[in-house]
Design a protein around this ligand. Structure first.
Ligand code: IYR
Length: 223
């Protein structure tokens, strides 16, 4: 068992009240401008930007600091094509047979269907894997904790980082998505979590006219 080692918290920044409010408002406004985009331009995105956003995401808190994630970054057109073909096959089964009526009804306002051209058009697919358990030096299983929560937090931070950098994203979850292990050569102990599609929106791209629930509907204060 390792003894804990502590270091001074020298990175924390406190702001005066006024500035705190201004920053909170400005960040809220920036995040509220984010929209999921399904029509991407083919224009390339600098790899350095993707790497910086991944470093932001990989700074996320995680259960016992196990960092149970892997980001497979795909720009190779051939690999994107294989992912698209495999995803569309699953999606065709989803829309035609697997999805219950109520699920299809819930998706209707988004206008989605089994065609996923964005998987080939967008310059980057970031396939996020959740590491169900690690392996130690002896090749033995090493437990991870709160895997879903940890990977969800890192994914949220990645979406925010990409948006902040000026890129559009789409969270895409074909189901089942084990084909991603095969295509990307990831071990079985990593479960595909979602595909984050990233790039520039196509000129004139349309997005569904949907709204977020107001704060009073999603909060309760006890004071
Ligand atoms: N995976 C399918 C269906 C889908 C499901 C949900 I929940 C969405 O918010 C959007 C789509 C697809 O990608 O089309």
């Amino acid at each position: 068992m390792d003894d804990p080692v502590f270091t001074p918290l020298d990175s924390f920044v406190e702001y005066p009240g006024e500035e705190m409010r201004r920053r909170a408002r400005s960040f809220r406004d920036e995040l509220r401008r984010r929209r999921s985009v399904r029509r991407f331009a083919g224009r390339p995105v600098p790899r350095a930007v993707i790497e910086l956003c991944l470093e932001a995401a990989a700074s996320a808190p995680s259960g016992a600091n196990r960092q149970p994630w892997h980001f497979a970054v795909v720009s190779d057109p051939e690999v994107k094509r294989r992912i698209r073909l495999a995803a569309e096959e699953e999606e065709r089964a989803f829309y035609a047979e697997r999805a219950p009526r109520d699920w299809l009804d819930a998706l209707a306002p988004l206008g989605t269907d089994a065609r996923k051209p964005f998987l080939e058009v967008a310059p980057y697919l970031i396939v996020i894997f959740a590491e169900l358990h690690g392996v130690d030096e002896k090749g033995e299983k090493r437990k991870n904790y709160y895997v879903n929560e940890s990977v969800g937090i890192a994914t949220g931070m990645l979406i925010s980082a990409l948006h902040h950098a000026g890129l559009a994203t789409l969270t895409h979850t074909p189901a089942p998505m084990r084909f991603l292990n095969r295509i990307l050569g990831r071990p079985a102990r990593e479960r595909p979590y979602l595909i984050l599609v990233a790039g520039y929106p196509e000129t004139g791209a349309l997005v569904p006219r949907i709204a977020k629930r107001p704060l009073r509907d999603v909060t309760s204060f006890f004071e």
